[in-house]
Design a protein around this ligand. Structure first.
Ligand code: DOR
Ligand code: ZN
Length: 345
């Protein structure tokens, strides 16, 4: 097989930032994806429908000319988000989901939820209007080992949440463990998950063995090989519960290569090519279209994209860096390394 044609994919988990950074990165996603779910962890976070509408306009204004890319907006849940804000979001037609960051779990999560009990009425409203809750599934307890935080979250937060709100649509975002993959596979149809390309391609050795590699540091952190294998199995299983979400998270080179480096892998420029590499590893390229282009819209109740993209088997190397904000570069994941598939222009 030397070429694969797919319905145009979407990215169901993307960080675009704002201002100059937004302008630097949005074209990378817009070239590949029809739509993307845009994460709300700006400084300050996008907590209201009005802010989401304004952010959407800034994204549209930053797009390359002629781009048909559609940003799907989200709100950042806080301890005090009122249920009425969910009604406004649903009525807006442009806010498609609400993101739960446990306070302190990751980049710009300081205004996140300190105790999900504070959000019970608001979450009930999400279930009522049928809007998905997107969950960063890690506990933040400093006593809990960073490699265990996702598995502990399932027991301490996810299961009680779903017991209280059995009809809530939930996307368990960027799952990284066998426990999460098995939990989602066994859950009812209102529970789905996104999986990143980097968690399908790499285990924690890539980040920590033979030198510490900050561009592979992301949250949830890369896990051991057993978990990567479970994610590959889930993504290529044919189950409609698993779909593409890159969690492409741009940070300036200097903020990554630092004594206290930021979490985030920048994968947008080669997103579909990275997923193709993972699916090829499983000899499952025939399952890529469902994962990348069909399962996500189905879960969100949206049509699939009308156009298609073609991947060609053609070796190419990722650039060493891309321009970012003034005087800063951004380093893509696998900078300078080669990939076997290339999206046809
Ligand atoms: O690695 C990550 N980076 N994980 C997240 O959850 C947030 C993201 C970011 O915004 O940089
Ligand atoms: Zn993210």
């Amino acid at each position: 097989m030397d070429a694969i044609t797919l319905t145009r994919p979407d990215d169901w988990h993307l960080h675009l930032r704002d201002d100059e950074a937004l302008s630097a990165v949005v074209g990378h996603t817009a070239t590949q994806m029809g739509r993307a779910i845009i994460m709300p962890n700006l400084k300050p976070p996008v907590t209201t429908t009005a802010q989401a509408l304004a952010y959407r306009q800034r994204i549209l204004a930053a797009l390359p000319e002629g781009s048909a890319f559609e940003p799907l907006m989200t709100l950042y849940l806080t301890d005090t988000t009122p249920p009425e804000e969910i009604e406004r979001a649903a009525e807006s037609g442009v806010v498609k989901a609400v993101k739960l960051y446990p306070a302190g779990a990751t980049t710009n999560s300081a205004s996140g939820v300190t105790d999900i009990a504070h959000c019970d009425d608001t979450i009930a409203m999400l279930a009522k209007v049928g809007m998905p809750l997107l969950v960063h599934g890690e506990v933040t307890d400093h006593e809990i080992d960073i490699f265990d935080r996702e598995a502990v979250f399932i027991e301490q937060v996810m299961k009680p949440l779903l017991a209280r709100h059995p009809n809530l649509k939930v996307v368990f975002e960027h799952i990284t463990t066998q426990q999460a993959a098995e939990f989602v596979a066994a859950a009812p149809d209102n529970i789905a998950a996104t999986i990143t390309a980097h968690h399908l391609l790499f285990n924690r050795n890539k980040m920590l063995a033979s030198g510490i590699r900050p561009h592979y540091y992301c949250l949830p952190i890369l896990k051991r090989e057993q978990h990567r294998q479970a994610l590959l199995k889930a993504a290529t299983s044919g189950s409609a519960k698993f779909f593409l979400g890159t969690d492409s998270a741009p940070h300036a080179q200097g903020d990554k290569e630092s004594s206290c480096g930021c979490a985030g892998a920048y994968t947008a420029p080669a997103a579909i090519e990275l997923y193709a590499a993972a699916f090829e590893e499983m000899d499952a390229l025939d399952k890529l279209e469902a994962f990348a282009s069909l399962n996500g819209p189905r879960f969100y109740g949206l049509p699939t994209n009308a156009d298609s993209v073609t991947l060609e088997r053609r070796s190419w190397s990722l650039p060493a860096h891309y321009p970012y904000t003034a005087g800063q570069h951004i380093i893509p994941l696998m900078a300078g390394e080669s990939l076997a598939w290339k999206l046809k222009a």
